[in-house]
Design a binder for this molecule. Structure first.
Ligand SMILES: *[C@@H]1O[C@H](CO)[C@@H](O)[C@H](O)[C@H]1NC(C)=O
Ligand SMILES: *[C@@H]1O[C@H](CO)[C@@H](O)[C@H](O)[C@H]1NC(C)=O
Ligand SMILES: *[C@@H]1O[C@H](CO)[C@@H](O)[C@H](O)[C@H]1NC(C)=O
Ligand SMILES: *[C@@H]1O[C@H](CO)[C@@H](O)[C@H](O)[C@H]1NC(C)=O
Ligand SMILES: *[C@@H]1O[C@H](CO)[C@@H](O)[C@H](O)[C@H]1NC(C)=O
Ligand SMILES: *[C@@H]1O[C@H](CO)[C@@H](O)[C@H](O)[C@H]1NC(C)=O
Length: 232
């Protein structure tokens, strides 16, 4: 029994380390994405779906949120998008920045869409924005940069993001309907702590919070399973 308990202890330590790892093993923190001022963003998040990343800085004085959204189109003629939905947590009503490649050597095209259905048409957004541009990163990734005005005093915004289908003659094809494409939305807490763990990582609906809890559940499951194996 003694070797078993020490093995269990080691496993418990290993599981505990993996439980606290989300704060230290963020992919976004290795991406070296810089703001328009050529400085790193205050916070970044590994978003919970579609291998997407959000770098952001909130300036409460100016009620402005600067973001860089990073994702990889699923095909060379595909698109990516990041949006704020001022009214709901759904796709419908989202005010989106959408980008797609425009050929080798040229920067990606980035446009705005006021989304009301799957047939996306370029349009005005409900809020002010500036510094909008897109950049190709290595590995086929695209970064969308923008600064948006959020309502004064807003504690959070509803963010929606997507990795879509093709773009044919400037018309944006629908995105796939797999679970990650349908679950790619979260509340972004603007006033949470901005340490290594990401903005407000204990807030429900926040990506960091969800990662931690998923890991905790998996680790607990592994421990219970191992306990059962060693007892019988
Ligand atoms: C926030 O916005 C205010 C008002 O425009 C500006 O003076 C200040 O420099 C900004 N702060 C940062 C950190 O960019
Ligand atoms: C503050 O917001 C205004 C738009 O409301 C914008 O023109 C200006 O550039 C912003 N200042 C900073 C420092 O972001
Ligand atoms: C999508 O909208 C465009 C422009 O509004 C229109 O020309 C096109 O027929 C629409 N496509 C579909 C499939 O509804
Ligand atoms: C966005 O689209 C909706 C629905 O078509 C419309 O009611 C709204 O006025 C549009 N917003 C802007 C800023 O054009
Ligand atoms: C683009 O995507 C649409 C919708 O999924 C599909 O109907 C169309 O055949 C695709 N076009 C190309 C050129 O792949
Ligand atoms: C954001 O996070 C802070 C600190 O964790 C918390 O006090 C606040 O209630 C959160 N705000 C929202 C809108 O979730």
């Amino acid at each position: 029994m003694a070797p078993h308990s020490s093995l269990l202890f080691i496993l418990a330590v290993a599981c505990f380390s993996s439980l606290i790892s989300p704060a230290t093993s963020q992919t976004c923190s290795t991406q070296n994405v810089l703001s328009a001022e050529k400085t790193p963003f205050q916070t970044c998040l590994d978003l919970p779906e579609l291998e997407s990343y959000l770098h952001y800085t909130y300036n409460a004085t100016n009620s402005s949120l600067s973001v860089a959204f990073v994702a990889t189109p699923s095909r060379s003629d595909g698109w990516i998008a990041w949006a704020i939905n001022p009214a709901a947590t759904t796709m419908s009503g989202s005010q989106a920045f959408l980008a797609y490649g425009s050929g080798p050597g040229a920067p990606p095209v980035v446009k705005t869409y006021n989304i009301s259905g799957y047939n996306l048409t370029e349009g005005r957004l409900a809020f002010d924005f500036w510094n909008l541009r897109a950049e190709s990163l290595h590995g086929g990734r695209i970064a969308i940069f923008a600064t948006v005005k959020v309502p004064a005093g807003a504690g959070s915004v509803n963010q929606v993001w997507q990795v879509g289908g093709n773009v044919t003659n400037g018309r944006v094809g629908v995105h796939p309907f797999s679970p990650p494409n349908l679950n790619s939305r979260a509340v972004l807490n603007l006033t949470g702590t901005t340490g290594a763990g990401g903005g407000g990582s204990k807030t429900p609906g926040n990506a960091g919070w969800m990662t931690t809890n998923v890991n905790f559940g998996v680790n607990l499951g592994v421990l219970v399973l191992l306990g059962t194996i060693f007892i019988f």
